[in-house]
Design a protein around this ligand. Structure first.
Ligand code: 5GP
Ligand code: MN
Length: 365
């Protein structure tokens, strides 16, 4: 999600890097793969966010400008506040058209996986389809611990967003002149959403230089911000009210968590993406370092969990160790197959073990 904000924080070095870390081997292998490929499929992760949609569509604009046949595919629907992004109406949703999607994947010469680094991030059915493919994969991603499925693994967890990496990727292949207004709009969205509008620690001076270039190309910052953040429905605001009333603050532990039950989601006109960003309200409380939201998702047989932290306490490790998830140091997701009460009991029982790490998370160094 990161959509309406992930809170980042542990990158100490803020050196300017005009060119991100793609090595010569990765560049030449990418060029070789692209030369040989005619049909290309570009994938984002399940429950796609602004970064996944922006990066995949941005890359598609670039590859089409290079004369390639491109399909952008997502495992499931994306939120409405991303529907205005140039090219979004052509995205193929695997869940809606599985046979067509599998056919396209099978006939692809090359498959890009963007904003995820693990096949399990696309859901079971699509994961099986990917595992059966003979096509080559190229990964562009900023999460930790990438799987080894790609012929080019461009992975850099220090990056603000996959959209920033797509910009570096195009520059590394020597194609900066193929950047267009449409492409700039796409990449702006993902950088903006994954950096919480340029405020998280992974936002570097280079990120700002790229943003400046994207604006020069025609990305309108105020328009894009409004499309993403000022399109709330009344029912989303009502749901936010419920979420805030449900917030439990464990001040001594510097933890705040929110629960949302299926009934609460169903009581309004719930739409995909409505709960994005809710988790961050916990972190906005003074003294809170670790914030969590537990959501009994409609149509899913498990509780979807989002974890956020400030400082050095790694929610990626916490989610991996206890809730079948992962992500970044300061923004991760996971799941629980238990009911809400048992999930909360498990969560609270884990907190004493992390008390010290949480207490030491924020330093001014
Ligand atoms: P969110 O809480 O917004 O769903 O996700 C926060 C971050 O953690 C995102 O970067 C997302 O890609 C990652 N993430 C969310 N759920 C999972 C999960 O189940 N497994 C892994 N490895 N990463 C996740
Ligand atoms: Mn991302």
């Amino acid at each position: 999600m990161l959509g309406r904000g992930r809170v980042g924080g542990t990158i100490k070095q803020k050196k300017s890097r005009i060119f991100a870390a793609m090595n010569k081997e990765q560049i030449s292998e990418s060029l070789r793969q692209l030369d040989a490929a005619e049909n290309i499929v570009i994938l984002g992760h399940r429950n796609p966010d602004g970064d996944a949609i922006g990066a995949t569509l941005g890359l598609a604009h670039y590859l089409r400008a290079k004369g390639k046949n491109c399909t952008v595919m997502m495992p499931n629907d994306f939120p409405k506040f991303l529907a205005w992004i140039p090219g979004a109406s052509d995205i193929l949703i695997f869940e809606h058209y599985p046979a067509k999607a599998v056919g396209l994947l099978k006939s692809a010469d090359l498959v890009y996986t963007l904003d995820f680094n693990h096949f399990s991030r696309v859901g079971e059915e699509m994961q099986r389809a990917l595992e059966g493919l003979e096509s080559n994969f190229i990964m562009i991603d900023h999460h930790q611990q990438p799987e080894g499925y790609a012929v080019v693994t461009y992975s850099d967890p220090s990056m603000s967003s996959t959209c920033e990496m797509v910009y570096h990727y195009i520059a590394a292949l020597g194609d900066q002149e193929l950047l267009t207004k449409e492409l700039a709009q796409c990449l702006y969205v993902g950088i903006m959403t994954d950096t919480g509008s340029f405020r998280f620690a992974a936002t570097t001076s280079t990120t700002h230089r790229i943003i400046a270039h994207l604006m020069d190309l025609g990305a309108k910052n105020d328009y894009i911000h409004q499309q993403v953040y000022d399109t709330n429905s009344e029912s989303r605001m009502a749901l936010l009210g419920t979420a805030l009333r449900n917030m439990v603050v464990l001040a001594d532990r510097q933890v705040a968590y929110i629960t949302l039950s299926k009934e609460e989601l169903e009581s309004g006109a719930y739409k995909k993406g409505d709960t994005e960003g809710f988790v961050n309200y916990g972190l906005s409380l003074e003294g809170i370092v670790f914030a969590v939201i537990f959501i009994e998702n409609i149509g899913e047989e498990y509780i979807k969990i989002s974890f956020r932290s400030k400082g050095s306490f790694s929610v990626n490790e916490f989610a991996r160790a206890h809730f079948q998830g992962g992500g970044h140091d300061n923004a991760a997701g996971g799941r629980s197959e238990m009911n809400m009460a048992d999930t909360i009991e498990k969560f609270e029982s884990l907190l004493p073990t992390y008390q010290q790490q949480i207490a030491e998370s924020i330093s001014c160094e």
